[in-house]
Design a protein around this ligand. Structure first.
Ligand code: ATP
Ligand code: MG
Length: 472
């Protein structure tokens, strides 16, 4: 923390990523000596291989693991010459993962079979006995293409989601907030699941962004993906979170990457978690427990490495005691719980936050406003802030727009002066209304007196007299 009480965290640049993991190749052939020869060749090139001797084992492995390429023979025991078993296998692999590249191996001279395999979606072929260099070059090309495709798919999904990525700045110097700040500093770098609680507008999302930015560099360099779990229409929950494959729904014309996959190696922020219906809670629990999920319509299990942060303004323990929230899910989510107190319980933070928002909005709207009148500060310190920091932020933005001088006045804030609700025009005195109208017109015309006088149907001198009277 610096002197001003700001905990400013430098987020690592987006897009930096950890070194690529070794490519995984599935080798399928019913001849043990062929499998062994290929395994040794590929191992020497730094590939991780798994082998299978028959079609059923291939399908099982493709379902359970992520491979970068499959290298498979077309002939198996059942009928060793036609290649039909291999062609069937190829189609079934495509059914599980249409993007996974498959390279087929055939005996010399079986041109028909090669053509058929390529027509069915094989990416390339080698004829036995193979030439090592040609085989390696084919595999390298397929691995590179596949990885580039997957990365592009993930990036596109992330880009369409990422809002303007501001560096998170969590401001606080209230004594009552110190334990929270200490705890954030301590658990940020871990992978712990954190449940962030607090009223509306207390800063739950800022805390989530801060925790993500404090994560281990490999994670912090990936984005934090936010999903408003409570706001998803019933039918779209699974597809949003887990993605779907082409054809999973009548209007699913393309594969779709879900938020869990987008957040792979990064952080997933599940907002408004208390509103997730019971039925969906079970689905969420599974991926949180195992890190495994399937896209809707696909039986291929994918593993994701995601740190999960969640937030709610409800009392989840109560929700759970009353049977509306699964206790096992709650247990998964709140390895650590961070509670952010409402603004009215940490009033020392008000001037600091107000100054921060004033700087930000004066900059955005190009206004030379430096500070608050003492009356404005007093008004802010007295206000109960039911909408917490977000309400404060909006009040400052509005006052920057309305303010005509170089200091924010109490009246610019648009807060009621007493316990009563915000002034309605029918409850105002005539002079108050006149003052308000003049202020609005001044704001609208950027302080241009002639334009304001025209707009209000006053002479310039009549306008000046009134401005003097109201201290404008
Ligand atoms: N400590 C803080 N320092 C700086 N800005 C803050 C802080 N707390 C909140 N804000 C700002 O206040 C606004 C509301 O915060 P945020 O969206 O994180 O609240 P929330 O608790 O997630 O609210 P909701 O429950 O309504 O989703 C945001 O614009 C945020 O940047
Ligand atoms: Mg929020």
């Amino acid at each position: 923390m610096n002197k001003a009480g700001e905990m400013a965290i430098e987020a690592a640049p987006l897009g930096a990523s950890s070194p690529p993991s070794p490519a995984r190749i599935l080798v399928a052939d019913d001849q043990a000596d062929v499998r062994e020869a290929l395994r040794l060749l590929l191992k020497a090139e730094g590939y991780v291989t798994q082998t299978a001797s028959q079609p059923s084992a291939v399908l099982e492995l493709v379902q359970q693991h992520d491979f970068d390429v499959v290298l498979m023979d077309l002939n198996y025991q059942r009928d060793t010459t036609s290649g039909q078993e291999g062609i069937d296998l190829l189609s079934r692999i495509q059914g599980i993962d249409s993007k996974l590249p498959v390279v087929v191996m055939t005996a010399w001279g079986s041109v028909e079979l090669v053509v058929e395999a390529m027509r069915r979606g094989a990416r390339d072929f080698v004829q036995k006995p193979w030439d090592n260099q040609r085989l390696l070059s084919i595999l390298r090309t397929q691995v590179d293409l596949y990885r580039a495709l997957r990365r592009a798919e993930q990036l596109e999904a992330e880009n369409s989601l990422l809002r303007a990525q501001n560096r998170p700045v969590f401001i606080s110097e209230a004594r009552s907030m110190r334990p929270l700040l200490t705890l954030m500093g301590r658990i940020g770098p871990s992978d712990a699941s954190v449940l962030i609680t607090g009223e509306h507008g207390t800063g739950k999302e800022v805390v989530a962004l801060t925790l993500h930015a404090l994560s281990a560099p490999a994670r912090a360099s990936h984005p934090m993906i936010t999903v408003n779990t409570g706001g998803l229409p019933e039918g779209t929950f699974e597809s949003e979170l887990f993605g779907h494959v082409k054809g999973a729904y009548t209007d699913a014309r393309l594969d779709r990457v879900g938020r869990f996959e987008m957040a792979d190696h990064g952080t997933l922020f599940l907002d408004e978690i208390a509103n997730v219906p019971m039925k969906q809670q079970a689905k969420l629990l599974r991926v949180l427990e195992t890190g495994e999920m399937e896209r809707v319509g696909s039986s291929k299990t994918r593993k994701v490495d995601v740190r999960v942060l969640s937030a709610t303004n409800a009392d989840l323990k109560l929700e759970s005691a009353e049977g509306r929230f699964r206790s096992d899910l709650l247990f998964r989510l709140n390895t650590v719980e961070l509670h952010i107190p409402p603004l009215r319980e940490r009033r020392e933070d008000i001037p600091l936050l107000a100054a921060h928002f004033l700087r930000a909005y004066a900059g955005r709207y190009r206004k030379a406003i430096q500070e608050f009148e003492p009356g404005a500060l007093r008004r802010m310190m007295e206000h109960p802030w039911p909408g917490n920091v977000r309400e404060l932020e909006h009040a400052i933005e509005r006052s920057v727009l309305i303010c005509v001088g170089d200091k924010i006045q109490a009246s610019d804030l648009g807060l009621e002066s007493g316990a009563a609700g915000a002034s309605k025009i029918e409850d105002m005195g005539l002079e108050e209304v006149e003052c308000l109208l003049i202020k609005k017109a001044l704001a609208r015309h950027s302080g241009n007196i002639s334009h304001v006088a025209d707009a209000l149907g006053l002479s310039r001198s009549a306008l000046y007299r009134r401005m003097q009277k109201y201290g404008l």
